[in-house]
Ligand binder design. Structure first.
Ligand code: NDP
Ligand code: AOF
Length: 357
């Protein structure tokens, strides 16, 4: 299960949980290791089964160890319980139980005569996806927040100019994040200041994922992510984000939770909040930022828009604390001259903050 958990951490966060799966041979040895690479790609079990089949492994003599109860439903991919049955695997050990609409895989497998054991390292598996589970329970999209900032934490100069703070490699990476999501959210302030396009203009967007030979590529650009403006002011008729494909939305609200509810009702399960500072601050304040991608350029502005304003923090004890996000390549990446910090909230940030008030 430790191997499966390590494999799960290789995947990206988003609409789906991180999941790893291992095919274990009759002698208990690890034969094949699979993981999920994000919404629309094969689940971890299917990834591991395909590897085993390609290698000619006799799956009827093997067990499968997986970090989450195999799913029982057809979403963008088929049910893993059926894939396991079709492969003839006689024994499954899973960690966490699936509490979503996809649950029931263990019962399906047991009913078909598969030996199923659950609960092994369930606490670690649940912790790995704790923000995703929270989003599911709250019936809202998983939220990735992105900012591009200077060394002194500015996302725009004093005159409001901000294009570009980060260099080409960081911006290319930011497009790869856009390619994963179903909605890109900005405030009306950013709409009026930047007239952003909010389209996916990522080299790999149109091409299969070369790092995942067994995976059906995520179809990120079809449909394109919704381009969402949040706030009371009107979005100009000529705004570039309106586009012509019907993927523009104006959410006439300043309430991040209400915005997420509307997006969820629109089918969005992973949203990227790109700014500006006011809107990002509102998502952080409401504890609705599940994953942070902070691009930092070696540049100082000295004045201008702070990345995270209005958080009501007056003393160190009230600080919002984050930790390295172990998924998707880990916490720190060099992108040209820039750095990417990939972070997640400390599990009990909100509780600590409330205790300090
Ligand atoms: N470097 C970067 O990564 C980025 C930089 N930028 C820069 O940031 C600047 C814009 O930032 P900012 O002015 O903060 O604009 P925002 O994009 O955050 O929009 C703020 C506006 O959104 C509305 N709004 C929505 N939700 C809330 C809320 N919870 N609380 C208050 N108002 C809300 C309000 O307008 P209304 O009256 O309509 O309700 C508010 O004035 C620009 O200079 C832009 O270039 C922007 C994005 C990314
Ligand atoms: N300034 C800044 C960013 N700004 C973000 O990109 C938006 C413009 O999107 P588009 O019109 O689609 O290219 C802008 O409104 C803001 O949300 N992003 C970055 O990666 N680096 C940067 O330095």
């Amino acid at each position: 299960m430790r191997v499966a958990l390590d494999a799960a951490r290789l995947g990206p966060r988003g609409a789906n949980p991180l999941v790893g799966a291992v095919v274990v041979g009759p002698d208990g040895g690890v034969l094949h290791v699979g993981h999920h690479r994000g919404a629309g790609t094969p689940h971890a079990e299917v990834d591991a089964i395909r590897q085993a089949q390609a290698a000619g492994t006799d799956l009827q003599a093997c067990s499968m160890v997986v970090t989450l109860e195999p799913c029982n439903h057809t979403g963008r991919t088929g049910p893993c319980a059926q894939a396991i049955l079709a492969a003839g695997i006689p024994r499954v050990v899973h960690a966490a139980r699936d509490t979503t609409a996809a649950s029931g895989g263990a019962a399906t497998l047991r009913a078909a005569g598969v030996q199923v054991e659950d609960g092994l390292m369930a606490e670690q598996a649940t912790e790995l996806n704790h923000r995703w589970i929270m989003a599911q329970q709250q019936r809202r999209p998983f939220v990735t927040v992105k900012t591009a900032q200077t060394l002194d934490g500015r996302i725009a100069a004093a005159d409001g100019t901000s294009q570009w703070i980060t260099g080409a490699a960081a911006r290319e990476h930011a497009h790869s994040i856009r390619a994963r999501v179903e909605a890109i959210v900005v405030g009306t302030g950013t709409v009026l200041a930047d007239d952003p396009r909010l389209t996916v203009r990522h080299q790999a967007a149109a091409a299969p994922d070369a790092t995942a030979p067994d995976a059906t590529p995520d179809p990120p650009a079809d449909p394109a992510p919704l381009r969402v403006a949040m706030g009371h002011r009107c979005v100009p008729a000529a705004a570039r984000m309106r586009g012509t494909d019907g993927r523009f939305r104006h959410l006439n609200t300043r309430d991040p939770r209400a915005a997420l509810t509307q997006l969820y009702d629109d089918g969005v399960r992973h949203a990227l909040v790109e700014g500006g500072a006011t809107v990002v601050g509102a998502f952080l304040e409401a504890d609705l930022a599940d994953e942070l991608t902070i691009y930092q350029a070696p540049m100082i502005l000295g004045a201008g828009r702070s990345s995270f304003p209005n958080l009501g923090i007056h003393t160190l004890g009230q600080a919002r604390r984050y930790r390295a996000d172990v998924s998707d390549g880990g916490a720190l990446h060099h992108l040209g001259d820039d750095l990417l910090w990939h972070l997640e909230p400390q599990p009990h940030t909100l509780t600590n903050r409330q205790e300090n008030h």
